[in-house]
Design a protein around this ligand. Structure first.
Ligand SMILES: [Cu+2]
Length: 145
């Protein structure tokens, strides 16, 4: 009985810790000053962008790439238990991504064929809560000449 109480205490403190960490991460993610990030050309002629996803953000969240040059997104989810995904649907620019994300890095390669500003976001939503996108988990892919 005593050990059970000890266990539930441990569980409670773990829960509290998790909540604290989540809240801290959320505040970090809510950084408004996310400066536009211009993709860097790698040795293979790909415009390379590392993206970190978390509760509830993408970093960077404003990505600038050149039109008609291949783009490589390497996306990773930071530590946490909340599942995230990435949607980037821009048929007019020949881009279509709709994938679940994980702690393992995932690579998405595409060649945007039309200049413009295209939204990307996390489509996840828990029951009746606000969607991750509504929490600010979204960004802009800006394709320029
Ligand atoms: Cu999400």
């Amino acid at each position: 009985m005593k050990s059970l109480r000890f266990l539930s205490l441990r569980f409670l403190s773990l829960l509290l810790l998790t909540l604290t960490v989540c809240c801290a991460a959320e505040r970090l993610g809510a950084q408004p000053g996310n400066k536009p990030y211009r993709a860097v050309m790698d040795a293979n002629g790909m415009q390379h962008v590392n993206i970190l996803a978390g509760n509830y953000f993408f970093r960077p969240s404003h990505i600038i790439v050149k039109v008609n040059v291949p783009v490589r997104f390497v996306v990773r989810v930071e530590r946490g238990i909340i599942p995230h995904g990435l949607v980037l649907k821009a048929p007019e620019a020949n881009v279509s991504i709709d994938e679940d994300l994980s702690r393992e890095s995932q690579t998405f390669t595409f060649t945007p064929s039309a200049p413009g500003r295209y939204a990307f976001y996390c489509p996840k939503k828990l029951l009746f809560f606000k969607s991750h996108r509504e929490h600010g988990m979204e960004g802009i892919l800006e394709v320029v000449e």
